[in-house]
Design a protein around this ligand. Sequence first.
Ligand code: PLP
Length: 383
Amino acid sequence: MPERTIYLDHAATTALDPRVLDAMIPYLTSEYGNASSIYSLGRHAMQAIDHSREEVAEILNCRPTELAFVGCGSESDNLAIKGIAFASQKKGNHIITTPIEHHAVLHTCQYLERFGFKITYLPVDEYGRVDPDDVQRAITDQTILVSVMYANNEVGTIEPIAEIGKICRARKIPFHVDAVQAGGALPIDLATLNVDLLSLSAHKFYGPKGMGILYARQGMRLLPQLQGGSQERGRRAGTENVAGIVGTATALRLAYESLDEVTPRIQALRDRLIEGVLTIPHSRLSGHPTDRLPNNASFCFEGVEGESILLNLDLRGIAASTGSACTSGSVDPSHVLIAMGYPLEWARGSMRFTLGKANTAEEIEIIIKLLPGVIEKVRELGM
Ligand code: PLP
């Protein structure tokens, strides 16, 4: 076993920040009350939730009442899309999205097709970018929702959210943004972005796993997807995960407090990694060259399987990711790269390195030194 792990898969998840854990511990131990109980132990729990909601609202520049704490980013996407779709059936049945969304959005849209909803998948360019004019053209009098991600989880491309939001606002169509990869990494100001619904996930910004946030602008009618109690203003039944909520708000605050310090450092390491890796023959950067998440370096290597590279790196203690999905033994190339027009020989050889605040220049140099040999070996063996 390698002595240490070089972790370069922060888009998959991040380690809990010890300061977040400290903030959560009281609510996992002594402050164990149910926030619905009226005695003081319960009131303490409710106060912690209220305080956390206010903290998140201040960071995102929205009203606390517009925020619901939910069980993960996927649940937030589900609640936004199904919630709007089922509440708007009398208005129409048409939803616009992109083929490069996370499966939490794509599979939700596919599910809605069973109920008679029609889905338009907008084209994307070679960098994975949506053209706002295509949104304009796709809108019909039946359109009830547009859902476009803030930044792509595989290739890191940032979408023109503000422009798309402007179009949706002018046409009075709710606009949902899956900002799971952007949360804690890019500034989000809900007072100026023309966004009506926005999804976040705490474990992507050094918060706890199993916690998400849904922002739904005041006046958005959403059909709840969990029936039961009236928690989260009736939007999400279930006893609140108080420790998770406190951890989520703390993590979001810490992420935005350190954004100006962390971003240039991560971006410089990312740029060095890109420069080093692109010296490998038959390699290319995937995603937009400049409009991309500051921590994302994703590549395609012609004629190799991303999984083989991944396993070889794992043997050397390096954790990264490929865009491909392993389904019942066969490896499907990434739906994102296919939508971006990559031929199969390139799409199969995708690798994503996503940096975090603890990565060092020394670690990046190790990757740059190691990767060419790994790719050469994999190519030689025809893996
Ligand atoms: N949306 C995007 C863009 C993601 O990257 C992810 C997770 O990787 C999700 C949604 C789902 O978030 P969660 O893991 O919290 O369910």
